[in-house]
Design a protein around this ligand. Sequence first.
Ligand code: ZN
Length: 230
Amino acid sequence: MKKIVFILLLLIVAVPLYAEQVFYTRGSSDIKEIALSFDDGPGLNTKDILKILDKKDVKATFFLLGTSVVKRPKLVKEIYSKGHELANHTYNHMNFFRYDEETGKEEKIKEELLSCQDLIRDITGYRTKLVRFPHGYLREDAIEIAKETNYKIINWTFGIDWERDLDQEEMLKLYLENAKPGTIFLMHDLQKNPKIVKMLPALIDKLKEKKYNFVTVGEMINKRNQEEKL
Ligand SMILES: [Zn+2]
């Protein structure tokens, strides 16, 4: 009985998430593609990351934070003009998991999402289509808002760059071990992080050697949707 209840609960939670294609943590596991994503910028590490991506001819997805966009609008234009994908990481990086349910959480989430959307659109003309809520926030309210505002919620398959104890070699090893077809990698570009700058070229080279293609998150999930429709 307990097992049946568990399965039913799982279906109630999982089916709306996947059936309506609102939430993703990865692309198709049948296509040898990797998506690199960078959160919280544009920031102090963005320029170095852009140089590496340019040199390696790789396009990535930047989940931009409103408070960072206001500080560095030129860098937002630069990311966009280089052909990378711009995505929404909300305006203030609030932790909605802790936000008081009683005081209009839903309105707050929507406001955080749409104010960042407007900001990015004012600078680039591009209307972001993907959102990653801070701290990977995912509850029914976020899913409803995403549907209503025509966004896809994107979390990630693997990320570890915030672990201060790891040196760049250990970090590289962990990213490589977790690279599988359809993986979305998470890294951050707000703070200076020489480890990412040192690790990233090797990560890209090694994955190219293994015949992985690099795509943006948007491209990756579009392909997965097409595949699932067949
Ligand atoms: Zn973040």
